[in-house]
Write a protein that binds this ligand. Sequence first.
Ligand SMILES: [Fe+2]
Length: 268
Amino acid sequence: MKLEDNILDILGKAQKGQGITDRDLCKVANIGVPELNSIRSGRREPAALERISRALGLRPEPISAMANENWQPPSIALPPGVMMFTTPFADLTVNHYLVWDPASLKAVAVDAGTDADALFAALERHKLTLVKIVLTHGHGDHVLELDRIREKTKAPAFAPEAEPIPGCKAVKNGQHFKVGGLTITAHTVPGHSAGGTVYEFRGLETSVAAVGDVIFAGSIGGVRARWKPSLESISAEILTLHPETILLPGHGPVTTVAHEKAHNPFFP
Ligand SMILES: [Fe+2]
C-alpha cells in the first residue's frame, strides 16, 4: 500500500502546522526562492532539502531516504483478530478496522469508513458479534457508514469527549473497556482534531493501537493548532507504547512503534 504522504506533503504539513511563511522559510533555511520552487516542483536537491527539513524542525535523514526512494513501509502481518478495511474517499482512501477476541468472538469496530459491506461480510464469515463501535475522531471520511453499522448491529458507539457525535457515548482519556479477553485503553491525542483518540488493544498475540489520523507510516495527520504540544502528545501517548505495537492508521499502510521511532521525520 502506498504511503499516505510524500515528501512535499510532509514539508507542507510541517510548514502549515507552524504557520511559517515561504519568505521566512527561505530566510531560516538560507536558501533562495528558486531553490524552494525547485524542491516544490519535485527536483531532488539534497543540500536544499536538508536545510529546509532542519528549518521546519524535521529530521533530515528520513526525508532524504524518502527522496532517494530507499524508504519502504515495513511489511507487517496483522495478528489473528485484526482486520483492516480500506474504502474509497474521493480520489483517496480511508481505513477502518475490526478487532476481536478470538476466544469469545466479541468484536469492536474502529471507525466506520465509507463502505461497511466488507465489515458486515467479515462479521458473518468469522461468526463475530459486534459489541462496540469506537471512533477515533469525527471527520466525515471516518464516520460516513456509522449509522448503517449501528442500525444493522445495534452495537453502541463511542466518540471522543471533545468531539461529540449525536447518539454516541463520550470516551475520556485513559478510559478502559473490556471485550472478552481484550482490554482497550483510550488515549486522547489532540492536534489533528480536538479530541483525536487512540485505542490501544491488549490481549492479542501482538498489541495493536488504532491511531486514526494522529500518526501515519512516515508522517502525521495535518495539525491545525498547537504544533509543539501536539507532537509532544503523540510522542508521549504513542511512541512510548511497546516498540512491537502495531499502529493501525486511518490512512495509508500499517506500521509499528519501533518503525516510526526510527523513520518518522516529525520526531527526534
Ligand atoms: Fe481526519
